[in-house]
Design a protein around this ligand. Structure first.
Ligand code: ADE
Ligand code: ZN
Length: 315
């Protein structure tokens, strides 16, 4: 039914690999690693995917990630996502991974990275999907802990294109991470950050001025600040918007209230992304389809959104 959306060549610029862990794979990895789960079956887990806000989702997302233990697990997770990309004509992806979610459980940094990176390299060769990997810091942890993670990453510097910032936004402003982002830029890494998902426009200003980000992840609350909107339009700063995520996490009550097409028509470089597709009901094509279904997105608008995603690539 949405073949025309599937057929558009697209890049995905906002995807958490841990958020692509489908319940079926979660159960399979739990069995392989002999981990007891608090849910009886896949259906019971899926029915727990009802969230009132970002934090309720994050609690389940971090619990789910506990089944990821070995290099093979991280490989299988990443490979399953790449097969979805192939099926939906996503020709380039710039995924995030959250090393601290794993190193804090005693999984060595290199186990996580090797599994993910090998799948991405195989994806280039076997599926023709290019990539740039983004190391994301958890903002509910301290800057000191982010520095520790950065030091663990440096022996593998060439595996990344950028650092990012995710997890609980409220109460954890971008300025908390200014020095570690300065350090990353001194190593010629690019920077991106989640801002303006639940947090206020001030967090977007900070991400731009202090973290010197190339793209804003989410950024939908920019619309509350006209001066910020003008800057984003004038400088053509891309927004990686995630419509299904925003409705599942109650950033908007209903898809019909989503502002992505309004932003597009004002000249904002908005893109469509899936964020955590296993938890929010779909990958990139399903996000486009929701915009068509609920907001009447036209074919011409879909083409512009897809072109924006290709233009807003970091590599
Ligand atoms: N980590 C995974 N998904 C996220 C989101 N939508 N916002 C912040 N942190 C996240
Ligand atoms: Zn995200």
């Amino acid at each position: 039914m949405y073949d025309w959306l599937n057929a558009l060549p697209k890049a995905e610029l906002h995807l958490h690999l841990e958020g692509s862990l489908e319940p079926e794979l979660l159960f399979a990895l739990a069995e392989r690693n002999k981990i007891a789960l608090p849910w009886n079956d896949v259906e019971a887990l899926r029915s727990a995917y009802a969230f009132n806000n970002l934090q309720e989702f994050l609690d389940l997302y971090y619990a789910g990630a506990d089944v990821l233990r070995t290099e093979q697990d991280f490989y299988d997770l990443t490979w399953a996502y790449l097969l979805k990309c192939k099926a939906q004509n996503v020709i380039h992806t710039e995924p995030f991974f959250d090393p601290q979610t794993h190193t804090d459980r005693g999984i060595p940094f290199e186990v996580v990275l090797r599994g993910i990176k090998q799948a991405l390299v195989d994806g280039e060769k076997q599926l023709g999907i290019s990539h740039g990997l983004i190391l994301s810091f958890l903002r509910h942890l301290s800057e000191e802990e982010a520095f520790k993670t950065f030091e663990q990453a440096m022996p593998f510097r060439d595996a990344f294109i950028a650092v990012g910032l995710d997890s609980s936004e409220m109460g954890h402003p971008p300025r908390k991470f200014q020095r570690v982002f300065d350090k990353a830029r001194s190593e010629d890494l690019l920077t991106v950050a989640h801002a303006g998902e639940e947090g206020p426009p001030e967090y977007i200003w900070e991400a731009l001025d202090l973290l010197k980000i190339e793209r804003i992840d989410h950024g939908v609350r920019a619309i509350e600040d006209e001066r910020l909107m003008q800057r984003i339009i004038d400088e053509q700063i891309p927004l990686t918007v995630c419509p299904l995520s925003n409705t599942k996490l109650c950033v908007f009550d209903d898809m019909r209230q989503h502002n992505i097409l309004q932003m597009l028509e004002r000249g904002v470089k908005v893109t469509v992304n899936s964020d955590d597709p296993a938890y929010f009901g779909g990958y990139v094509t399903e996000n486009f389809a929701a915009l068509h279904h609920s907001l009447g997105m036209t074919q011409e608008q879909a083409k512009r959104l897809a072109q924006n995603s290709l233009d807003a690539r970091l590599v």
